[in-house]
Design a protein around this ligand. Structure first.
Ligand SMILES: *[C@@H]1O[C@H](CO)[C@@H](O)[C@H](O)[C@H]1NC(C)=O
Length: 132
């Protein structure tokens, strides 16, 4: 009986305990090849099925359009991170922004996902446009 209780407890600790996971995403935001975009907002989010998604980190691209964002979170299941990049390339009105979503591949969790050049002209799946 004692042994069984111990086994159950051990299984639960293994199954139920959260563990720290991280991801680093880097890239260069650009528009029409020659134009690198400075000061573009890059947010790293983590998708949660039951709770609202968590914002892990927010940064802005530097004068060369480069960004490196790091985030970590304690979860019981594998984290599902994604980036939101807010920019105004090819918007119809000046006061509008496009918000593109870029999913981080599962195998990049615990490592660095190098997106190299992120071409913001290209519309991505599930993209939103927000106007002030
Ligand atoms: C990120 O996670 C990996 C894999 O679990 C680990 O080896 C690494 O030390 C972590 N990096 C940081 C900065 O926490």
């Amino acid at each position: 009986m004692k042994l069984l209780a111990c086994l159950l407890l051990a299984a639960c600790v293994f199954e139920c305990s959260a563990y720290m996971q991280n991801v680093t995403v880097k890239g260069v935001a650009h528009w029409s090849w020659e134009k690198r975009l400075a000061n573009v907002k890059v947010e790293l989010w983590e998708k949660d099925t039951l709770d609202p998604d968590d914002l892990l980190a927010t940064i802005h691209t530097n004068s060369e359009g480069e960004f490196t964002v790091f985030g970590e979170q304690d979860e019981t299941h594998a984290i599902a991170p994604y980036l939101l990049i807010t920019h105004n390339c090819n918007v119809e009105k000046l006061n509008c922004n496009r918000i593109g979503q870029y999913v981080v591949p599962k195998e990049k969790i615990g490592a660095t996902y190098d997106m190299t050049y992120v071409t913001l002209d290209i519309k991505v799946h599930g993209e939103k446009e927000k106007c002030k």
